[in-house]
Design a protein around this ligand. Structure first.
Ligand code: DLL
Length: 436
């Protein structure tokens, strides 16, 4: 089947034309923030740069970075670039520490955002004939309203379920024939688990695709979700600060996410030095939003670690691709001096368990020594195995974890269903060291 695009002209635009478009928009955007946001003007003046120095994307590196701290300092209106009366929406991050970040949208900003999500839904095979079940949380979180708006734009029949009430999700899915499910990957795994518990198989539902994001998930988890729901699972990326989901989306190749470059210029930098790194190098993702009116972000440091690739994609899109984020630089745990990303642990667990495991990473400190425990839930099948089998599994997990991370973890196997399920972003790490 021929690949379908939401905006073919943009999604398959030749590179030189895209650079020209980005450059024009960047020049305009820099003038906009200089004229309307004193905070930006001050930061630019401190770096000795003015709009006269910015002629195109080749000058991007001259501009100062913006971090979450800047957004918190500017809370709530400090980075607003239009009169508040021109704004039609506010969304906010799910941050649990410190002040939340609030993002503002004009009607044009909402239209741009929904257009980006419409591209993602189309790339996942969505058309106006689809029934889209939105099981991301609604409210200040951008997941629900973002997918909802994109689904409307495509003309899909939209089911605004929000997250939670999983049995009811499944009942509606069956009764109303949902064909596309949108939620976090951890919630998709939970829905798959509940479907089986309710005595259904993937043949009893009409789902064909899922659009999952908002948290890191591994290839192993993708395979497990695809199997449990009988679908093709697509990744979607975004953050509140840059509008929400839809900054980047996966196509049929399922190998990296295309960044909507006509709206967001992506860079990879060395997180330590801030130096831009070439495509293909792992580093911190930085975005400049070149079309947003109300809340433009210039060189915003996402903290997400990934790789950009400009290799030709079989879907025909020319938009640059980002790899799945390999964790956030601020999510990385340092345990006994070793860098640990929860996704590394998930990969091992799924490999050894052959299924999406439910797990929790617990880090603590006794005296000056870190303790590192991984609680892993046994499946019903394993629970009925002999003690000997369970001990063997525990040993294998422990050895595999040590091999990947270079440090030893205490593996604790726990009863089925004893680890809390997630209906939104999963909380995998309990770092008790931060509490003191
Ligand atoms: O999570 C927006 C979103 C909603 C994206 C629904 C996709 C789907 P925040 O709550 O501001 O916004 O969190 C943004 O979540 O910096 C990443 O660390 C992480 N994240 C988002 N999408 C992915 C993904 C929404 N596909 C932060 N894979 C980002 C891995 C992701 N991490």
């Amino acid at each position: 089947m021929a690949e379908r695009y939401w905006n073919e002209q943009i999604e398959t635009m030749p590179r030189d034309e895209m650079i020209k478009l980005q450059s024009e928009r960047l020049v305009k955007q820099i003038k906009h923030v200089w004229d309307n946001v004193p905070y930006y003007r001050k930061k630019m003046e401190e770096k000795g740069v003015s709009p006269d120095d910015i002629h195109g994307i080749e000058d991007l590196h001259k501009l100062p970075f913006l971090s979450k701290t800047d957004l918190r300092d500017g809370y709530p209106y400090g980075l607003l670039a239009v009169p508040l009366s021109d704004c039609v929406r506010i969304q906010s991050t799910s941050g649990t520490t410190g002040k939340r970040v609030v993002a503002f949208y004009t009607q044009n900003d909402v239209d741009m955002w929904e257009d980006c999500v419409a591209r993602a839904i189309t790339a996942a095979g969505g058309t106006k004939d689809d029934v889209v079940q939105v099981a991301y949380g609604y409210g200040l979180f951008t997941g629900g309203s973002g997918l909802h708006g994109g689904s409307h734009k495509v003309g899909c029949l939209t089911l605004p379920m929000s997250s939670g009430n999983t049995e009811r999700q499944i009942q509606f899915m069956i009764d109303l024939g949902s064909t596309i499910l949108c939620c976090t990957p951890s919630y998709a795994a939970y829905i798959g688990e509940t479907l089986a518990e309710m005595g259904y198989t993937p043949d009893d539902i009409k789902l064909k695709a899922g659009i999952f994001g908002a948290e890191p998930w591994t290839e192993e988890m993708r395979q497990q979700i695809e199997k449990s729901l009988g679908i093709k699972a697509f990744d979607i990326y975004g953050l509140t600060e840059t509008s929400g989901p839809g900054v980047a989306f996966e196509c049929c190749e399922q190998k990296g996410m295309h960044i909507n470059e006509d709206n967001f210029i992506a860079e990879i930098i060395d997180p330590e030095t801030g130096e831009p790194l070439p495509d293909g190098t792992k580093g911190e993702l930085v975005f400049t939003s070149i079309t947003k009116e109300a809340f433009p972000l210039i060189r915003y440091r996402t903290r997400d670690i990934c790789v950009l690739s400009r290799e030709k994609c079989s879907c025909g899109r020319t938009l640059v691709k980002m790899s799945k984020p390999m964790g956030r630089s601020d999510d990385m745990l340092i345990i006994k001096g070793v860098n640990v990303f929860p996704s590394q642990i998930e990969t091992v667990l799924i490999k050894d368990f052959k299924a999406a495991p439910n797990y929790q990473i617990i880090v603590d400190r006794i005296g000056t020594t870190d303790t590192f425990e991984i609680k892993v839930e046994l499946s019903d099948d394993m629970f009925s195995d002999t003690i000997k089998d369970v001990v063997t599994l525990e040993k294998k997990l422990s050895a595999d974890i040590q091999q990947i991370l270079g440090i030893k973890a205490k593996i604790t196997l726990v009863e089925p269903k004893s680890i809390p399920r997630s209906e939104g972003k999963a909380v995998r790490v309990i770092d008790k060291r931060r509490l003191v």
